[in-house]
Ligand binder design. Sequence first.
Ligand code: BES
Ligand code: MN
Ligand code: ZN
Length: 497
Amino acid sequence: MNIKFIKNSSPTSDSHVIFVYGDRELSASASKVDKATDGLISRAMMVGHFEGKFGQTIDLVAPAGLDINRVLVVGLGDEADLDEVKSQKIGGKIMASLIASGDESLSIAADTPKKANISGAEFAAHLGFGIRLRRYRFDKYFTKQEEAKKPSLIGVQLMCAAQTGAQNIFDDLDRVADGVSFARDLVTEPGNVVYPESYAEKIKELSDVGIDVEILAEDQMEELGMGALLGVGQGSACESHLVIMHWNGSENDDEPPVAFVGKGVTFDTGGISLKPGAGMEDMKFDMGGSAAVVGAMLALAGRNAKVNAIGVVGLVENMPSSTAQRPGDVVTSMSGQTIEVINTDAEGRLVLADALWYTQDRFQPKFIIDLATLTGAMMVALGHEYAGIFSNDDDLCENLSKAGAQVDEPVWRMPIGKAYDKLIDSKIADMKNIGGKYAGSITAAQFLQRFVNDVPWVHIDIAGTAWKTEASDVADRGATGYGVRLLDQLVREFYED
Ligand code: BES
Ligand code: MN
Ligand code: ZN
């Protein structure tokens, strides 16, 4: 879909959007349309009890006096409250209501909000970003689709006074949206399409935007001593891989990189500690952490971010078979620490253990952030709204929390500490891979912490946020691409030259 910014003009598109503020105050463009239609907008607002509340809409089809198919009147709420996220949400709402309207062209009268904290250019650009995010569909496997359900919109024109400024801001956001879409695609693809080898091949596409991609195979990981990661994949016919992405955007080549590490379990059956059948199909999204890392790297490179960044993803499939690892097995990680595998379904932490150690050991990064759909307990604690963060560094946590609020991918800090760490001591090895009945997300984080030494580190458990069964303003139900905007914003705000 084509999104363009043009100077204010009268609409020639199929659909046209006008805005109304919270006190039933028409934007200047809305007033014009009202006049051209002999007061249709004012009347419709009265009859439809439309107050201009945030996100409220009225759809006026075949309006007399205008040569267009429809006018969508959209409420923005209190003009003074408008910000980037709210603008994105409005863009998303517009897209959701018009995506399959049958109309092909849309124009939006994005008048500069006068009392708000954002400029007219920012407002228009973030409307465009929300539109693009909500436009995402994954329909490649439908061979038959009703015409009425197919997306019809081809082009969107955002009419605004600060057209050039808006286009500039949008061009960056558009690259971030590329990262989000790439991540959503990876997460939505089923396990027979995205498996470690095909996934690694897919990541190679990132070399087109200037990212160096290295792929380690099992023999190389064996040499490095990655017994924890390899143990998880040993029951699968698919070979495990570790993929390392390098983006060198900083002007200073020697600037230590920021590092992102992702859990990429392309399918999690639980292994010999097999999961129940009902709902197991969801476990194709158990590579959501790695997809966020890949998407974020794509976003950073796409918008030419002035930062050195490393992305490391551990790609494995967790299957039960006669070669699978057994409950009770003891494996030796790259760090040299030994692990008693009590439950083969607690596999994500085993993959991350070696990926984290490898990352800190090889790159001495400024910090490491790992993302993983790590524990069901995280969903119990925080639902689908916040991701939980666990960290050894207050400053990094604070920065991440700010970034999360700015892009509406919020995080909530959870505690870690010695008392929890004790719960994963093993009778036979240095540690076991599960704790007790309680605090399951925290004991998982304690496990990871044993593989990061003193480097500033945050673990983000995205079990509840990677996939949603309900649509949000900027995403249909399904894969959210959670983490891409968060990591991009963190870098943008705090770690670029
Ligand atoms: N991938 C799952 C966690 C998960 C479950 C994410 C449901 C999203 C939705 C992880 O590998 C897992 O199986 N964790 C176990 C750990 C337990 C065995 C200690 C869990 O949470 O039940
Ligand atoms: Mn599992
Ligand atoms: Zn898992």
